[in-house]
Ligand binder design. Structure first.
Ligand code: ADP
Ligand code: MG
Length: 355
């Protein structure tokens, strides 16, 4: 009798346990469960999104749709995009959506502060090098001299009331240094609104956005690419919530006939690949748009100006790898960065508040 009473009870208990385990994604133990995952191709790169918790699945679906929408709005090569319309307006004002306007206005403000390191009107020069199509070539000096006057972000006019942008005839925008960062910033807001407490968004490995901490409560561990070996890492950073943006010459480049390495990050003052002594810049910043803008800008500035910028502005930490394979780390990131691979014994210089 006893058995017949207890057997169903035990079965019920076992069933409850199974249901609890299966419901791991939706119950209080969600943070420990496997993440919801999505992959997509947007902004010219593969993105991998991971989120934990009961809201994760729905949030990632919403996030994917948002990323595809932003891609359609901000692409320089898609004839249906807002940026395409701006670049083909031939001097006429062009209306923008709220997102494109906000991104452009924040990017212009940032460019103005970098004293020429970052310029959102670089597109005619990038195209001359073939970076927009992959049809690489070295433009001759006359061609660059003809195109350089078009690179001038101070000539872009925004009308906040009408939400329009006007470019001088011939000028063209390129939001390549900012678009993924803006997407990351919007993504972080979306996840917060949705109540997602842990997420890791890889928006093309050069822009990584982290929400909360790892589900087990520990720091996220994000690898920094070895700039000279695509199959290896130069180190790993332990980090909490925020963004990690990397700019490196290795991301897109070609070798010219004379053997020079020509990469896609250009110095707007010369129209040539930025060779200021750095191979890569990784920025840790709460806001992904600022982080993305900064990583490109600091790469163009080079190590001394980058360190000065950090001292003057703060609000972020960075890891710089220079062309002599030395690593420079701002003091707030020094304890969190562990060199590895070919960089295990690299000289590590800590950039302090005082020069
Ligand atoms: P990734 O696109 O790999 O994330 P970055 O964030 O560094 O790398 O952005 C590089 C892109 O930014 C280039 O492909 C180009 O579109 C644009 N760009 C390159 N140099 C500059 C510059 N000096 N100012 C503004 N935009 C730039
Ligand atoms: Mg960038």
């Amino acid at each position: 009798m006893e058995r017949t009473v207890h057997a169903p009870a035990r079965r019920a208990a076992a069933l409850c346990l199974c249901l609890l385990l299966l419901a791991g994604c939706a119950g209080p133990g969600a943070a420990q469960s496997r993440p919801a995952e999505t992959e997509l191709f947007a902004m010219d790169t593969y993105m991998h999104l991971r989120a934990w918790g009961p809201e994760a699945e729905a949030a990632l679906a919403e996030l994917s749709a948002m990323l595809q929408r932003l891609d359609g709005q901000l692409s320089v090569t898609d004839p249906g995009s807002e940026i395409w319309a701006v670049n083909h307006a031939d001097g006429a004002p062009t209306a923008l959506s709220g997102d494109a306007f906000t991104l452009l206005s924040r990017t212009l403000d940032f460019c103005a502060g970098t004293r020429g390191a970052l310029d959102v009107t670089l597109y005619p020069v990038s195209r001359a090098w073939g970076f927009t199509t992959g049809d690489y070539r070295v433009p001759d000096p006359e061609e660059l001299a003809r195109l350089l006057p078009l690179v001038d972000c101070s000539a872009v006019t925004l009308d906040a009331d009408a939400r329009t942008v006007t470019l001088p005839p011939g000028a063209e925008l390129d939001l390549g240094a900012a678009a993924k960062g803006y997407a990351g910033a919007l993504a972080a807001e979306l996840l917060a609104r949705r109540g997602v407490r842990a997420a890791m968004l890889d928006l093309g490995s050069s822009t990584i956005c982290l929400t909360g901490r790892k589900p087990d409560g520990s720091d996220w561990r994000i690898a920094v690419q070895d700039p000279e070996d695509p199959a290896a890492y130069a180190g790993v950073i332990a980090c909490g919530p925020g963004s990690i943006c990397t700019s490196g010459g290795y991301e897109r480049y070609f070798i010219a006939e004379d053997g020079a390495v020509c990469w896609h990050i250009l110095d707007p003052s010369t129209g040539r690949p930025a060779k200021a002594g750095l191979l890569s810049v990784t920025v840790l910043c709460p806001d992904a748009l600022t982080g993305d803008l900064l990583s490109t800008a600091l790469f163009v500035m080079g190590p001394e100006r980058a360190a000065d910028w950090w001292r003057a502005h703060g609000g972020f930490e960075c890891i710089l790898i220079d062309e002599n394979r030395n690593i420079l780390v701002t003091e707030g990131a020094a304890d969190r960065f562990t060199p590895m691979g070919a960089y295990t014994h690299a000289e590590l210089t800590v950039i302090g508040r005082e020069e």
